[in-house]
Each structure stands twice: as structure tokens, then as C-alpha cells.
Design a protein around this ligand. Structure first.
Ligand SMILES: NC(=O)c1ccc[n+]([C@@H]2O[C@H](COP(=O)([O-])OP(=O)(O)OC[C@H]3O[C@@H](n4cnc5c(N)ncnc54)[C@H](OP(=O)(O)O)[C@@H]3O)[C@@H](O)[C@H]2O)c1
Length: 341
């Protein structure tokens, strides 16, 4: 008879066979398989709320893949989750934080066909769990990691590069020869957007503070605007596409520089249809899907060297809370990445 020892209601972590034990055998000591992970215990930024814990190692269910995590990317969504900005997740706590992962397949659940043990994969885990030694993700969320990039470079990409790819390619359908304005080109999403737009063959305008101007020109930006001293609408007008990731007043002003019939795509605020109509433009808010097929297209761009991850800082797993704090300051160049192993 197989006894299953389940912790947390969902994590099956140990098996043994009672009938294989003889009368005189010592009682088995059941040691649950555990791992190190960064767990959220409450929606605030205190050492009691964000803890480096020993926690049950997850088991892949049908359609899921267990990943031995090598690196995990930091995104604003991590500290927004910590602070409860995506809703109250108390009922799921302690929950393992982190969305972006790169690692090696340890095992697969029933029905998984795309990946097998030993494959290098990366992905955006929509249910989180990336800040850990092991993580589970749906087969559909993952793609193969290009062999010519590191796990740190791969881990930086999923949410941020997918957001840039969906915004420019799938929504705005940016074409060679068109012009695009990318707000906040130096950050996580922005630095991928600049490279993707340049690879498409568009003329790329972007905003950043001066310390990032040379960095952005090297990535393919044609014109870099210092948002502290210049108004972008004094430099650029009638663009085919604006990609906004700032919101607020920057988004309000962005409507004015899109040419009639052009496209405005935003990832922090919804765009009222009446406002788009007022300017005679098209547009949409993008909530980036965790889609492995789309990520495979990003992976092709990364494999070819057309799109690279700029890793500006790395932290060990035990210091993930500090990595999130650094990202929250709002001036990350490229990506901050957690090195797990
Ligand atoms: N809806 C979605 O699916 C989705 C997906 C991904 C991200 N997001 C959201 O998009 C936003 C950006 O994400 P991210 O990962 O790119 O953030 P990030 O990496 O933290 O962005 C930091 C960058 O923003 C630049 N910046 C700050 N204020 C600026 C301004 N007023 N004008 C121009 N640049 C400015 C900074 O450049 P300087 O140092 O030069 O100031 C820095 O390089 C976040 O709010 C995130 O939550 C949404």
C-alpha cells in the first residue's frame, strides 16, 4: 500500500511502501523533500513577511514541468505582488514569489510531451514560484532556452521581453521603415523593446536619463530623449507607434504624438476608447500572456544575437528581498537577476 504524505494540501512530497517493511524494522522517518525558497507571509515589506524559508519541494501535476532553477528574473510585478497590488493573496500564503525562471527540467507530469528531463527551459510562471531551488510551470508557459545564452540572460527575459514582443509585434504590428517612441527604454521591458524595434528596422526614439543614453544607442536607439530636461513632444511627432510603460502624465502626453491611424500600446494603464477616438488613433492595454510559443519567438531573436539581456546586477537567492527593493527604486538598467545555482 502506498502512503502519500501531502503538505500544504497540494504538494505530494514523499512515498514509501508499508508492506516492504518487516516486523522488526524501525518505524520509517518520513523526511519531506524540501527546498530553499523566498516566501511571502503577509502583504508588506518586512523580514517577517518576505522570508528565505525551507519549504516543500513542489511536484509536477499533469501538464506541468518541474524545473531545477538556475536563475530567476526580478520584475516590478514581484514587489507589486508582495505589496498586494494584484489583490489579497493571503489565502495562498506562504506563497513562493517570483515569475521569471530559467533552469533545467528535473521531471515532467503526466501528458507532458514538449519537454523531458535534462532540457534547458525558461518561462514566465503565471502562478509564481520562481524564487526557489525548484519551481513548477505549465508546459504551455515554457520555451527552450537558447543554448548560446546563460541562465541569467534567459531568466531576465520572459515577462519583460514577452511584453515588448507582444506590444510591438502582435499589437502594434510595427513594420520596417516606421517610427516608434518607446517610453522608458533603459528598463526591463524598454531595453528589449528598443532591440526588437531596431531588429524590425524601425526608427527608434526613446526616453531615458543621460546616464543611459550611450547604452541605448548601442542597443539600436536612433534618438534618445532626456525626459528630465526635454519634452518628448518637442522632439518627435507623428509617430506610427508609441509604447508606454510609465502611465500617468507621460501616457496622457503620448496620445498627442501618435499620427492619425497610428497605434498606442500601454502596459500600466487602460486606454479609454473615447480618448483614442478623440485623437483618431488605435490602441490597447496589454496584459502580457504567459505563452511559451510566443516566448519561443523571443528565444529565436535571442539565439540570433539580435536581442540580448543586459544584466545590471545579480543577487543570491537569500538576498532576493534586497533585489526587489532595488528594482522598486525605478531606475534599473536592463535586468536584475537572482542566481540560484
Ligand atoms: N501589463 C503587463 O503585462 C506588464 C508587463 C511587464 C511590465 N509591466 C509594468 O511596466 C512597467 C515597467 O516595467 P519594467 O520592468 O520595464 O520596469 P523597470 O525595469 O523598473 O524600469 C526602470 C526604468 O524606467 C526608467 N524610467 C523611470 N521613470 C521614467 C520616465 N519618467 N521616463 C522614462 N524612463 C523612466 C528608468 O530609466 P532612468 O534610470 O534613465 O530614469 C529605468 O531604466 C512596470 O510598472 C511594470 O509593472 C506591465
Amino acid at each position: 500500500m502506498n502512503i502519500r504524505v501531502a503538505l500544504s494540501g497540494f504538494c505530494v512530497i514523499s512515498f514509501f511502501t508499508l508492506t516492504s517493511l518487516g516486523q522488526n524494522d524501525a518505524a520509517p522517518s518520513i523526511k519531506p523533500a524540501t527546498m530553499k525558497a523566498v516566501c511571502l507571509h503577509a502583504h508588506n515589506n518586512t523580514p517577517e513577511a518576505v522570508r528565505f524559508d525551507e519549504t516543500p519541494k513542489p511536484t509536477p501535476k499533469a501538464g506541468q514541468v518541474l524545473i531545477r532553477v538556475h536563475a530567476a528574473g526580478v520584475i516590478p510585478g514581484d514587489w507589486k505582488t508582495r505589496d498586494g497590488r494584484f489583490g489579497d493573496l493571503s489565502q495562498y500564503m506562504p506563497l513562493v514569489l517570483g515569475y521569471d525562471v530559467s533552469g533545467v527540467v528535473e521531471s515532467v507530469g503526466e501528458g507532458v510531451e514538449t519537454f523531458k528531463e535534462g532540457d534547458e527551459v525558461f518561462g514566465y510562471l503565471s502562478n509564481g514560484g520562481a524564487f526557489a531551488e525548484y519551481a513548477v510551470g505549465s508546459e504551455r508557459e515554457l520555451a527552450r532556452k537558447p543554448p548560446n545564452i546563460t541562465h541569467e540572460e534567459a531568466a531576465g527575459a520572459p515577462v519583460s521581453a514577452l511584453a515588448a514582443w507582444y506590444a510591438l509585434v502582435q499589437r502594434a504590428k510595427l513594420q520596417e521603415g516606421q517610427t516608434v517612441l518607446i517610453q522608458a527604454g533603459a528598463g526591463g521591458v524598454g531595453h528589449y523593446a528598443v532591440q526588437i524595434a531596431h531588429a524590425i528596422g524601425a526608427t527608434v526614439y526613446t526616453t531615458a536619463s543621460p546616464r543611459n543614453h550611450e547604452f541605448l544607442r548601442e542597443l539600436g536607439a536612433d534618438v534618445v530623449i532626456d525626459y528630465n530636461t526635454e519634452r518628448f513632444e518637442d522632439v518627435v511627432d507623428d509617430v506610427d507607434v508609441v509604447f508606454d510603460m510609465i502611465g500617468g502624465e507621460v501616457l496622457e502626453r503620448s496620445y498627442t504624438v501618435v499620427k492619425p491611424g497610428g497605434y498606442l500600446v500601454a502596459i500600466t494603464s487602460k486606454l479609454p476608447q473615447e480618448k483614442l477616438d478623440q485623437y483618431g488613433i488605435r490602441g490597447s492595454f496589454l496584459a502580457t500572456p504567459a505563452n511559451g510559443k510566443a516566448l519561443a519567438k523571443v528565444a529565436e531573436l535571442m539565439a540570433s544575437g539580435k536581442v540580448k539581456t543586459h544584466v545590471s546586477a545579480t543577487f543570491p537567492l537569500s538576498e532576493t528581498a534586497a533585489a526587489m527593493d532595488l528594482n522598486e527604486k525605478g531606475h534599473t538598467r536592463g535586468k536584475i537577476v537572482i542566481t540560484v545555482q
